[in-house]
Design a protein around this ligand. Structure first.
Ligand SMILES: [Zn+2]
Length: 442
């Protein structure tokens, strides 16, 4: 048993949002009790005691859309002219990088971001993977890395027709094999979705095969939707339907599915998203970097669509996305009074709901019987910190760099900035070596 005491506890539990001198008792994988330090110290006197020394104690953060495979792009020199459209970014960068990935590269691509996740308090991640010439076993490789770090995860392979029928078929098989494995494991640390790259890279024939395969493995979909205008033009020209229309028509969207981005969508498509119950994931930094436009997330939230937040591989530290989401919508609409609460709602409430759709237990709140996914952040408040001011401190003051202890599923993964049982330097050295080799192949 572990007792974290003497902390400013941010529970995210509406019953008691903030405890000035609070404690969290952990038994096995779960939170046993949340309360005042004095009371819990007496009650759990025999527990291993972690003194939070007045630091923030919070639920671990959730990233609802990630791409571990994108890691080796950092510092890669592509040569030639910079991309001028989203289509050029895909063809010139991502589809050149992912074709070169070996299974070993896939594993080591996870190392850097997984270290950063633990270091920045991200304890649950929903990833979307591509390595078209090393598909078979790729999800198992990523799962192996996630297991090493103890990160709660959900994986899928992004099926597409862009490299031909054979690779599309292997993508479908990898999704099914991994989903069947997860179903058999029945472990909330590792789950699966059925990945599709985007509707613009999937034919009717392959889409129908994906739908059949996903049903056989009893999983929903994780797909990029209307990210660039290219996706809309493709859908309209080939199917006379818009992106969400096509996905809705095929019943790809449901409460078990995630539609990522949803930038170029109409009010009617929002109604389809709402009707389907699908979750949408907003990736503000990635969208700005790709210059694909601004997702109408404020409208979607108003309509009651479940919109969460992801980093899309742009960063591992999702507190950056919170800050970006808070200013992107103000800036885009030139209205400073908007988007104050919604970024918090996406990151802290909706990501929790999205993650919980795919597991049996509960995450994202410090509350009895929820998974013990807990972080301690060394944030020193310059103004009063309480239940009313909390979100402002987190938005303007807190960064992933403040996190110095990370606990996932009741296990201490990082203690006072030290990753337990992980040789970071050796792993990163191998990652650098493989990245350099891959760059030479590009
Ligand atoms: Zn993405």
């Amino acid at each position: 048993m572990i007792l974290i005491g003497n902390g400013k506890v941010v529970t995210r539990d509406a019953a008691r949002l903030f405890i000035e001198n609070g404690a969290v008792a952990i038994e096995g994988k779960l939170i046993k009790e949340v309360g005042d330090t004095a009371a819990l110290k007496t009650k759990y006197a025999a527990a291993e005691y972690i003194d939070a020394r007045g630091r923030l104690v919070m639920p671990g953060l959730i990233n609802a859309h990630m791409h571990y495979y994108s890691t080796f792009a950092r510092g890669m020199n592509l040569g030639g002219k910079p991309a001028t459209t989203f289509g050029e970014i895909l063809r010139g960068l991502w589809w050149r990088l992912d074709k070169e990935l070996t299974l070993e590269d896939v594993y080591y691509s996870c190392i850097g971001p997984m270290i950063d996740e633990v270091r920045s308090g991200v304890t649950s991640v929903i990833d979307h993977h591509a390595s078209p010439f090393a598909v078979e076993g790729s999800l198992f490789k990523i799962a192996e890395a996630a297991k090493l770090f103890g990160i709660r995860s959900n994986f899928c392979y992004e099926t597409s027709d862009r490299d031909g029928d054979k690779i599309a078929a292997v993508g479908i098989k990898e999704n099914v094999d991994f989903a069947n494995y997860c179903n058999a494991q029945n472990d909330d640390m590792v789950k699966a979705l059925f990945g599709i790259h985007a509707q613009m890279t999937i034919s009717e024939k392959t889409l129908n095969q994906c739908i059949e395969a996903a049903a056989s493995a009893n999983v929903g979909f994780h797909i990029h939707a209307a990210e660039g205008i290219e996706d809309v033009i493709d859908a309209l020209s080939k199917y006379d339907m818009r992106v969400i229309e096509r996905l809705h028509h095929h019943k790809v969207l449901s409460e078990k599915s995630i539609a990522v981005h949803c930038i170029h969508i109409t009010a009617e498509e929002m109604d389809m998203l709402k009707e389907s119950g699908a979750a949408v994931v907003h990736n503000p930094q990635s969208n700005m970097g790709n210059a694909v436009g601004v997702s109408p997330v404020l409208e979607m939230l108003k309509k009651g669509i479940l919109v969460g937040m992801g980093t899309d591989g742009y960063t591992s530290d999702i507190t950056e996305s919170l800050k970006t989401a808070a200013i992107l919508h103000k800036h885009a609409l030139a209205i400073p009074s908007i988007a104050w609460m919604e970024p918090h709602q996406m990151l802290f409430e909706n990501n929790k709901t999205i993650m919980e759709r795919f597991i049996n237990g509960k995450v994202g709140t410090l509350k009895q019987d929820h998974y013990a996914d807990i972080i301690i952040a060394d944030y020193k408040a310059p103004t009063p910190l309480n239940a009313d001011t909390l979100n402002s401190h987190i938005l303007f003051g807190l960064s992933g760099r403040h996190v110095d202890t990370t606990i996932i599923n009741g296990k201490i993964i990082m203690k006072e900035r030290e990753l337990m049982g992980i040789d970071e330097e050796a792993l990163l050295a191998k990652s650098r070596e493989l990245a350099e080799k891959l760059w030479k192949r590009i």
